[in-house]
Ligand binder design. Structure first.
Ligand code: DQA
Length: 141
């Protein structure tokens, strides 16, 4: 199974950004761990990060994978354009967040993406991505 992992704005700052919430590992560190985990589950993970809404949409539109795992960062809470791209791409999508967005500020409790994806995982740090892969493999969604 080929999985595309998309990270949105500010996730390139992992390691420096609010370590008390997101930990001290960089995105590169986390991606290496996810890549190895994916191989152990007979998957191939590709990675894309952008701070720009349009670039994320273009990536979703041109994706040729079996599943998309997306952490859209703050776009999660208001980007109808990313929602439309996910809804229209014809690929199984999983929304992930490192933090438990429901235990944080009120504006993070709303996701405009959740109702167009297959599943949502949040609150497990970098393991949220691995749990999404596990879900895709185990439940064959
Ligand atoms: C996040 C949660 C979002 O609210 C926030 O804007 C992020 C990261 C998470 O992974 O916990 O950038 O998606």
């Amino acid at each position: 199974m080929k999985v595309l992992i998309i990270n949105g704005p500010n996730l390139n700052m992992l390691g420096k950004r609010e370590p008390e919430i997101y930990g001290t590992r960089t995105l590169d560190d986390i991606n290496k761990e996810i890549s190895a985990f994916a191989i152990s589950r007979k998957c191939k993970a590709d990675f894309f990060q952008s701070n720009c809404e349009g670039e994320i949409i273009t990536k979703i539109q041109s994706a040729t994978c079996d599943a998309i795992i997306i952490n859209a960062g703050a776009y999660t809470h208001y980007s109808c354009a990313i929602r439309d791209a996910l809804k229209g791409c014809g690929i199984t999508c999983i929304e992930v967040h490192m933090s438990n967005v429901h235990a944080r500020e009120e504006f993070r409790h709303t996701s405009v993406l959740s109702s167009v994806v297959k599943g949502v995982i949040c609150g497990f740090g970098a393991d949220s991505y691995k749990l999404a892969i596990e879900g895709l493999v185990n439940y064959k969604i």
